[in-house]
Design a binder for this molecule. Structure first.
Ligand code: IPD
Length: 267
């Protein structure tokens, strides 16, 4: 696994360099996806192509799932899950919080059932490199990281995010309205992968979001778990595209107890 992990990290670093180079040259929107605000840039596509080409050359039997349309069913039981630029809107506006996220998972490409084996999230703007190999801890630029100790929700700094669909976003806002008086404060960083890594590094006490895509969470969730955190869904179910909550285990329980009744606002 160590060799595969080196490949995961090496690819994420190379891809993040390409994303930064393209950002420096200027960014154009290539197309809209699910809504007018859900955009893809040429750089998203180019970065995904680079990563997929490298994977298929090195690991022809593995599956590949990428945000910008790659879907290759492998035969090895391993799947690479890629977000070429997580934080695409930050990227468009040159806000230095966008990242390449690459994970290697075992099992079907479904976050509720897969087992993350290796993951890397590299911030293209700052070069910060978060990585985790199952059973071997989580690291930021080579130094081991741990989630912050559990705190009372009243002093917890909580990250979250919103989907691109206007109706969903309004429902997410209603949940947030119920939460914000119960916690220290809230951050919306704009990259789920980095938000998860920030939990792993103790920069956020917790992060939650409904409606994430598999590629937003694959690498970051493993980084949190390997940093000693819990990553869960509603009512102790596994985290998935429905809901994901990440924090130190005791804080995750306390925040779930606050968020679950609010969920009635968000179906
Ligand atoms: C988005 C970001 C954002 C999260 C959205 C994601 P993208 O991914 O991770 O923080 O709130 O749910 O879709 O579109 O930038 O790759």
């Amino acid at each position: 696994m160590r060799e595969l992990h080196d490949l995961v990290v090496g690819l994420a670093v190379e891809a993040a360099d390409l994303a930064r180079t393209r950002r420096e040259a200027g960014v154009d929107i290539a197309a809209s996806k699910t809504s007018i605000v859900d955009i893809v840039t040429e750089a998203d596509r180019e970065v995904e192509r680079l990563v997929v080409d490298r994977i298929l050359a090195a690991r022809p039997d593995d599956g590949v799932l990428g945000e910008e349309g790659t879907s290759v069913a492998g035969t090895s039981g391993l799947t690479w899950v890629i977000d070429p630029i997580d934080g695409t809107v930050n990227y468009l506006y040159d806000i230095p919080a966008y990242a390449v996220s690459i994970a290697l998972v075992e099992g079907d490409p479904d976050p509720a059932t897969w087992r993350g084996l290796s993951g890397a999230v590299v911030n293209g703007a700052t070069g910060e490199r978060f990585e985790a190999l199952r059973g071997h801890g989580a690291r930021l630029d080579g130094r081991e990281i741990r989630v912050a100790d559990a705190v009372d929700p009243a002093v917890a700094l909580v990250g979250t995010g919103f989907g691109y669909d206007a109706a969903r976003r309004s429902r997410q806002g209603a949940v947030l309205q119920g939460l914000i008086g119960e916690v220290r404060d809230v951050r919306r960083g704009g990259s789920a992968a980095l938000d998860l890594c920030f939990v792993a590094a103790g920069r956020l006490n917790a992060y939650y979001e409904t409606g994430l895509n598999p590629w937003d969470m694959a690498a970051g969730a493993l980084v949190v778990e390997e940093a000693g955190g819990a990553v869960r869904g509603w009512r102790g179910e596994p985290a998935g595209t429905g809901f994901l909550l990440a924090a130190a285990p005791a804080l995750a329980d306390d925040l779930a107890a606050i968020l679950e009744p609010l969920r009635a606002n968000e179906v």
